[in-house]
Ligand binder design. Structure first.
Ligand SMILES: Nc1ncnc2c1ncn2[C@@H]1O[C@H](COP(=O)(O)OP(=O)(O)O)[C@@H](O)[C@H]1O
Ligand SMILES: [Mg+2]
Length: 400
């Protein structure tokens, strides 16, 4: 089955679409993914601005939520159609849309709700394909964190590897999935990924720059130990036992401003170096007790060499590898993961790993919006696949 996965993370830098052919082995419990490539588009400038103005800690109105839901759905729809044309020869059969997270209602380690915008009707209307969307709430309703949902896919990719393999995604927030030898798998958000780095760069450049391009500022700066210590010791989130998840409701520009109070002038490069070290340190602190031996990294953070160098230092003997070594390019992994989650939902298969999200049990995730034809569901698959293998795309390495 040819599936398109659509994703925009908490950085809301761009909407990503990845296309894949997915086939389930009848006997062996293996799901086979052939990557067809990815396309990506930044949000239109006015949508991005409206989103930035509405996100916490700002307040907004239901009128604005309605406008955003529509405009984000339209942006996802436009990209899905492009992906169908350019990657699928117009033969996509299913679209899986994560939507845009605008609020993750987490309190003291429990998640009570999570809201993703991007009305799927726009995607179904424009592409003609059925759409699976709204993946997270079912896991929350079953007592889980609703995240990190990519953990199920990570586990399918990591199973069978020697030692203690882990997957790390560095988006706005950083999350890990760990498969301890003989122990139960674990997945959780470690804390900020790029969120605080981006917030600082945006403030320092009066909004002209959105991130520390190639980690240049961090590489030129020195870590301010006092600030680092304050950021680590004053944040209770890092001490909540897993499963735990967070979002930019916590790690935003105002959070950073409050932590900087009373420290005097910091050189911009020192501030960015300190925040970059904070991400590397909190990831390593989270992985150390689990004794991870190899870490497959994905997400936009991979494009920051200063962050990757600090991560290698902090992780010590654990091997730091790119997720492309598992077949999925760093910038496309999450979109591919949602394509797989959409496939699983359509086939009546669970999309959560309860041990990772904290849900009471495995659940079939999401809601289905019919495409241009009446909805025809495949017969529910019996056994859930335990492994995901990534095959070669037609013509070599997938783009992205
Ligand atoms: N060339 C680059 N140099 C440094 N950082 C980058 C670069 N490209 C992307 N990033 C970082 O990656 C982030 C986007 O990563 P992404 O995985 O898309 O996050 P999310 O899932 O939250 O959208 C950007 O906000 C930025 O911080
Ligand atoms: Mg992104």
């Amino acid at each position: 089955m040819r599936v398109i996965g659509l994703m925009s993370g908490t950085s809301y830098d761009a909407v990503d679409a990845a296309a894949a052919d997915l086939e389930r082995g009848a006997e062996d419990g293996v799901l086979r993914l052939v990557p067809l490539g990815m396309v990506s588009e930044p949000y239109p400038a006015d949508v991005r601005e409206a989103l930035a103005a509405a996100l916490p800690p700002a307040t907004t109105t239901l009128a604005e939520v309605c406008r955003l839901d529509t405009r984000i759905g339209q942006a996802f729809a436009a990209l899905a159609s492009r992906a169908d044309r350019e990657l699928c020869a117009g033969r996509a059969e299913l679209i899986a849309s994560h939507g845009q997270t605008v609020y993750h209602w987490a309190e003291e380690g429990r998640v009570h709700g999570t809201l993703q915008l991007g009305e799927p009707a726009w995607i179904a209307e424009r592409s003609g394909c059925p759409v699976v969307s709204g993946f997270r709430p079912r896991d929350v309703a079953a007592g889980g964190q609703g995240a990190p949902l990519v953990s199920l896919i990570d586990l399918m990719l990591l199973r069978g590897r020697p030692g203690v393999p882990a997957a790390l995604n560095i988006g706005g927030i950083a999350n890990v999935t760990v498969l301890p030898a003989g122990g139960d798998p674990l997945a959780f958000d470690t804390g900020p990924g790029n969120a605080l780095i981006d917030a600082a760069v945006r403030e320092l450049s009066s909004g002209k720059r959105a991130y520390d391009a190639e980690g240049a500022l961090a590489a030129a700066g020195r870590v301010h130990e006092g600030l680092l210590e304050r950021l680590l010791s004053e944040e209770p989130y890092y001490r909540i036992p897993p499963p735990r998840t967070t979002g930019k409701e916590l790690f935003h520009a105002g959070y950073l401003r409050a932590r900087l109070a009373g420290l005097g002038e910091l050189r911009p490069q020192d501030l960015v170096a300190t925040l970059t070290r904070l991400t590397a340190r909190t990831v390593a602190d989270a992985l150390r007790p689990l004794a991870a031996t190899e870490v497959f990294v994905s997400g936009g953070g991979v494009r920051n060499p200063a962050l990757m160098a600090m991560l290698r230092e902090e992780l010590g003997s654990a091997a730091v590898r790119g997720s492309q070594e598992l077949g999925l390019p760093a910038g496309a992994k999450e979109a591919y993961a949602f394509a797989v989650l959409g496939y699983l939902s359509l086939h009546g298969l669970p999309g959560n790993d309860p041990g990772c999200t904290g849900a009471a049990g495995p659940r079939v995730l999401g809601s289905l919006t019919p495409g241009s034809r009446p909805l025809r569901l495949p017969a529910p698959a019996g056994r859930a696949p335990h492994a995901l293998t990534v095959g070669a795309p037609p013509g070599g390495t997938p783009p992205g």
